[in-house]
Design a binder for this molecule. Structure first.
Ligand SMILES: [Zn+2]
Length: 383
């Protein structure tokens, strides 16, 4: 795209965000406001959990229940299949119910078919569901492309009882993804750089990123206790909103910077395959703090807090070590590729600088953890 003459600040958001314990039962009523022949996309496991309450709500709303399964990554072929199903069934709205792949595929299919689309995540594991973009993968699960849409979902619906019943590691990952949002939006705002919607950040987008951060520091540990006991508490409600809505608006309209670029770089190292998005992002956030010369106290607090949450802050935990120079250099090179969001930082960033910051987080985190009586790092994935 050619450089625009007019500098514009933009906030992008879904039309409706709905959250509550048992909210899946009101999906029918909510969808009936935007369509009359919905197509639901959900894999068999998710469908087994949601079908009964969802069906009750659909019957009350007078909507037919039509579901197709989904058992792949969000590939271009899977999206095209959904577009066909939309056409042959005459559907006017599509809802992806479940995890990231099904939601990304449903969004992309709804956009291609020219109908309305909704996201119904069953865990608070990332901030993607509210956004106007999908990540498309190859059949083997490698990153293929971002697809950007001119609008956000018509509806995002989160049932916090489902969040409470999902694996604890999903919520931990969502917290890692959301903690990055303020650190990256702050850097983007300082540079007045471009956001994920292609324009400059609004004060609103940046402020929502900060609110997400504040809620997580206050409530993340108690929200994790709620998930461990399969209960819905105000802390879990707060963290679900921070992980999904606030972080979603904050990353899309506040901007990404070094943390997510380093995440993307880490996907080049096979050792990190099998880690969640948020786990890899957390390594990126700590590396960004080191890279920007953040106050030592802030770095220390971040290491103590994320260790308590259960997020990795050492190379050891993600299967690497400071001696893996070749792997770490490849990560740093990928993170600083042209077009990466690391170039939103308010100073020029080189691969050498990223390599140095990434190498040093091991010693910093080990020192801080020992000083606070926290456990020594061990690999998250057992080889
Ligand atoms: Zn993310």
């Amino acid at each position: 795209m050619a450089e625009k003459q007019i500098v514009e600040q933009v906030l992008a958001a879904p039309s409706r965000y709905v959250q509550g314990k048992g909210a899946i039962e009101s999906l029918g009523a909510r969808l009936s406001e935007i369509g009359s022949t919905p197509l639901l996309v959900a894999d068999d496991v998710v469908w087994g959990i949601v079908e009964e309450p969802l069906r009750r709500g659909f019957e009350e709303a007078g909507l037919p229940v039509t579901r197709v399964g989904f058992d792949s990554y969000a590939t271009a072929a899977a999206v095209d299949e959904l577009v066909e199903a939309i056409g042959s069934g005459g559907h006017d709205v599509i809802a992806g119910v479940g995890g990231g792949s099904v939601i990304d595929a449903a969004k992309a299919a709804g956009h291609l078919a020219g109908i309305r689309w909704a996201s119904v995540p069953t865990a608070a594991s990332s901030d993607a569901p509210t956004s106007a973009l999908s990540v498309i993968y190859t059949a083997e699960g490698a990153f293929e492309e971002y697809r950007f849409f001119p609008k956000n979902p018509d509806l995002v619906l989160m049932d916090t009882q489902l969040v409470a019943g999902a694996p604890e590691r999903f919520l931990i990952g969502g917290i890692g993804d959301a903690l990055a949002t303020w650190v990256e939006a702050r850097a983007t705002a300082r540079a007045f750089a471009g956001t994920m919607v292609g324009d400059r950040p609004t004060r609103t987008g940046t402020a929502l990123a900060k609110l997400s951060w504040e809620i997580l520091w206050e409530h993340a540990l108690d929200a994790l206790e709620a998930v461990r006991s399969n209960t819905v508490t105000p802390a879990l409600e707060a963290v679900t909103e921070a992980n999904t809505l606030l972080s979603g608006l904050g990353f899309e309209s506040g901007g990404l910077a070094a943390a997510h670029a380093i995440h993307n770089g880490l996907t080049a190292a096979p050792q990190t395959h099998g880690l969640t998005h948020g786990e890899k992002v957390n390594i990126g956030t700590l590396t960004q703090l080191v890279l920007e010369g953040a106050p030592a106290r802030d770095i220390e607090d971040f290491i103590v807090f994320t260790t308590r949450v259960g997020l990795p802050n050492t190379l050891t935990e993600i299967g690497l070590s400071p001696q893996d120079t070749a792997e770490l250099r490849a990560v740093a090179e990928a993170a600083t590729a042209p077009g990466e969001t690391i170039h939103n930082m308010p100073f020029p960033v080189t691969a050498d600088a990223v390599l140095d910051a990434l190498t040093t987080i091991e010693a910093i985190s080990r020192r801080v953890r020992a000083a606070h009586g926290l456990a020594e790092p061990t690999p998250i994935l057992t080889p």
